[in-house]
Design a protein. Structure first.
Length: 422
């Protein structure tokens, strides 16, 4: 019922997002398994993980594209392109041309294309949902994502075993085509999602793109957003390092079967946080972040030292509640602070600033795990969350950051004008 109250267009966007998430999740697991099946080496799966996460650091380049082009067509063509690329894997397999290097080439290409999807969706939400319902809308979008992640983490391996490794890619392609069809039912006002066409030359279009890019970078640099996003960057770095060390950590605690439980616990914590965000939007964000990350840090550290696996799992899951909650609230606040004409650029820059932390965390965490005990690396994640809480306490603007409902004009995003770059 809550979804319907948010309007038909939001319902269509949410449904398309669900189908996209299913395709993304199954593809990500299937691709990693295929890399290992073709290579028989963990080195190649590690390389695949890095290649998949690295394009997130380049999302800032997509911002002007999201702001200038029709959100409607970006979403549709994005899904069609991903579905078409996935069809090449089974085709090459049937003609005996499929190698691990082909899959490693496809993975970063798919990841680069996917980077357009979520900034476009978040830039579109304020145009189809009323401002007072933004937290609810973002919460629902995150809840669906985390719920699917929990379910698919548990069943994807079984699904791939039943259907077959190669057949899964055909099914994934169908999911992306279905998402494109759903997005085609979006009804958006022309003024809110319109391609900005200029009559100038190709060179003038490139200059306009560069100006948009510089304008977005300078505007974000002069705002509170870089400090605001430290929590997300640290959280992404911790998740990246956790990805590298978690298999060894769970194996040391009693067996590889715990790996799936801890991943599921992570997703469950994010889901609970996304659900709680709607009830906490009236509280000052500074207080929520400081208290929440402090409690999460201690919970994470406790999970590393507690010997009982069940209690450790519960504490680890609880440590992600604040991350899931602040993810939703931060998105809604930024949507309120930033003019709709700049949302694409800002969300793309945000994704780049926070996204680069995950692959770096994976590389550094994996490297440190070769010389340090896995428990030490695991516990360092909790220390990172405590650092976030301490940083918000020290920074007066962050410590006093009000609730979304009491956000004054002083916090609103100011667009920096830049001279034409020729």
């Amino acid at each position: 019922m809550e979804v319907l109250m948010l309007g038909r267009s939001f319902y269509v966007l949410l449904s398309g997002r669900v189908i996209t998430n299913i395709g993304d999740s199954i593809y990500a697991i299937a691709a990693m398994l295929l890399v290992y099946q073709l290579s028989g080496s963990s080195f190649y799966t590690g390389l695949a993980g890095f290649l998949t996460m690295a394009p997130q650091a380049l999302q800032f380049l997509y911002g002007p594209i999201v702001d200038r082009l029709s959100h409607y067509w970006i979403l549709i063509l994005n899904q069609l392109l991903q579905g078409g690329i996935l069809c090449f894997i089974p085709i090459l397999y049937y003609f005996d041309f499929l190698t691990v290097w082909v899959v490693l080439t496809v993975m970063p290409i798919m990841s680069a294309i996917q980077q357009l999807t979520y900034p476009t969706q978040y830039a579109l939400v304020p145009k189809i949902v009323k401002e007072e319902k933004l937290v609810r809308a973002n919460s629902l979008m995150n809840i669906t994502y985390q719920s699917l992640d929990i379910i698919l983490t548990g069943i994807s391996g079984i699904f791939i075993t039943i259907v077959g490794m190669i057949a899964v890619f055909w099914i994934d392609a169908i999911f992306f085509m279905m998402a494109a069809l759903l997005f085609s039912f979006l009804r958006i006002n022309k003024s809110s999602s319109k391609m900005k066409r200029g009559k100038g030359s190709f060179r003038e279009s490139i200059l306009a793109y560069k100006n948009d890019l510089f304008e977005g970078c300078r505007s974000v640099q002069k705002s509170i957003i870089p400090k605001f996003l430290l929590a997300s960057a640290v959280a992404n770095f911790m998740i990246g390092s956790l990805t590298a060390v978690l298999p060894e950590f769970t194996s040391d605690r009693g067996g590889a079967h715990l790996y799936g439980f801890y991943l599921g616990g992570l997703s469950a914590g994010l889901l609970l946080g996304a659900m709680a965000a709607n009830f906490l939007e009236r509280f000052p964000i500074g207080v929520i972040t400081i208290v929440g990350f402090a409690l999460s840090g201690f919970s994470w550290i406790s999970a590393g030292f507690i010997e009982n696996n069940l209690i450790s799992l519960v504490m680890f899951s609880a440590s992600y509640i604040t991350i899931g909650m602040t993810n939703v609230i931060f998105i809604a606040v930024i949507q309120q602070m930033v003019p709709s004409s700049h949302l694409g650029r800002v969300f793309s820059l945000i994704a780049s600033m926070t996204g680069i932390a995950a692959p770096l965390g994976s590389l550094i965490g994996g490297g440190m795990a070769t010389v340090l005990n896995s428990t030490i690396i695991f516990v360092s994640g909790g220390v990172g969350l405590l650092f976030v809480a301490a940083f918000w306490i020290i920074s007066k603007p962050l410590r006093n950051f009000p609730s979304k409902m009491n956000l004054s004009a002083a916090y609103h995003f100011k667009v920096a004008q830049v001279k034409s770059h020729s």
